[in-house]
Design a protein around this ligand. Structure first.
Ligand SMILES: [Zn+2]
Length: 377
């Protein structure tokens, strides 16, 4: 097996993008597929057990091919690091026009424990650090605000007096969050309705209103006051460490993560939620957006996440893979010339590819106005 084109699975989650007027959703647009009336949420470019890409030439799942020839596909370093041969990362195109659930991802030790006890809800034993790189304006809420800011918002609202009354004079972030996660939903609904009838301005209150319209009384609505709400510009990215609460709200982006699907959810979703677990695992350190943002690098976007993955957006300069590690890439705009061990071909918009670690020399040359999302181990 050499450099192979992939057919990648699409996730049609309800929060995905639907056709609005003439504008097609982003994912079927790049894939040149008819969007129909479905929501298009995620395209998975990788080999995760619950959604592996298949190799176009043979129809075989990439996951199985990696297991058959681990040394060829993953290289020596990956073999040493992993007890069972698997691609250590997953690349996604993610598009949302509705909020995703309030969630965090467990650290490695917690993930292993959860997978052993609740294998259905936590499908693997891996942690899931993730980076989201915006392709459009991208709204999200993530990381706790400082206690002072949250209290100032609560104190300015007569409707939220019961919340304030339940707290000590100088509450911690954990105490502020506990009320939201443990209070009866009928009481929360009532508080949220009254808050929305008051005149509040600012991005936090606006997001609160917006969530209350979609999920009246859901505990997730109150996270609009607990977490930072902010908008990434195209080319900006955030990095989500383990146990940091977040919810993506609206926009198109590229997401790269460790090869895991472990999510601890609290609200804004019909999926399995576990508020107790979230409360006991959350990282209650306030993190302003500046700390969540990936620092801007000169030239093309480039971010390495420990031993798990490296994400690169190839737009302006040729990129030469400098280690013998497995890689995937997708051409989002324009076209790219790919040179691999003396062979050369053109990859066009919408195509995704897997490069085994054993290819000795691999270079991508972006064409004019091309954008290629690249992930490697
Ligand atoms: Zn997440």
């Amino acid at each position: 097996m050499f450099l192979e084109q992939l057919i990648c699975p699409v996730r049609h989650y309800a929060w995905g993008e639907c056709r609005t007027g003439k504008r097609p959703p982003y994912i079927p647009d790049i894939l040149r597929r008819d969007p129909g009336d479905l929501p298009w949420a995620e395209l998975w470019i990788g080999a995760h057990p619950s959604g592996s890409a298949v190799v176009k030439s043979t129809g075989e799942p990439l996951e199985k091919l990696i297991q058959k020839q681990p040394m060829w596909m993953l290289g020596i370093s990956q073999q040493e690091n992993s007890p069972s041969p698997a691609l250590p990362f997953l690349l996604k195109v993610l598009c949302c026009s509705e909020p995703l659930s309030i969630q965090s991802h467990p650290d490695k030790a917690t993930a292993a424990k959860l997978h052993a006890i609740l294998p259905k809800e936590f499908p693997d034993a891996n942690h899931k650090p993730e980076v989201l790189l915006a392709l459009s304006d991208f709204r999200l809420m993530a990381g706790f605000r400082p206690v002072k800011e949250i209290l100032s918002d609560i104190d300015s609202s007569p409707a939220l007096r019961p919340w304030r009354k339940s707290l000590p004079e100088e509450p911690t972030l954990a105490e502020l969050t506990r009320f939201v996660l443990e209070t009866d939903s009928a009481i929360l609904k009532n508080l949220a309705e009254q808050f929305c009838q008051e005149a509040h301005t600012g991005i936090q209150a606006e997001q609160f209103q917006n969530l209350q319209e979609k999920y009246p009384g859901d505990c997730g609505v109150f996270f609009a006051l607990l977490l930072n709400v902010f908008i990434l510009k195209p080319g900006e990215a955030v990095f989500m460490q383990a146990n940091v609460p977040h919810a993506y709200l609206d926009g198109q982006g590229i997401e790269c993560m460790a090869n895991s699907d472990n999510v601890i959810r609290a609200g804004l979703t019909p999926k399995y939620v576990n508020r107790k677990l979230l409360l006991s695992t959350l990282d209650f350190t306030p993190r302003p957006p500046s700390l969540l943002r990936v620092p801007h690098t000169e030239g093309d976007f480039d971010f390495a996440c420990g031993d798990d993955f490296r994400l690169r957006l190839i737009q302006h300069s040729p990129y030469t893979r400098d280690k013998n590690v497995p890689a995937v890439f997708i051409v989002l705009e324009g076209r790219a010339t790919v040179e691999a061990d003396g062979k050369s071909f053109v990859a066009v918009r919408g195509t995704s590819w897997f490069a085994p670690a054993s290819i000795r020399k691999l270079q991508i040359l972006p064409g004019t106005n091309a954008t290629i999302a690249w992930a490697e181990a």
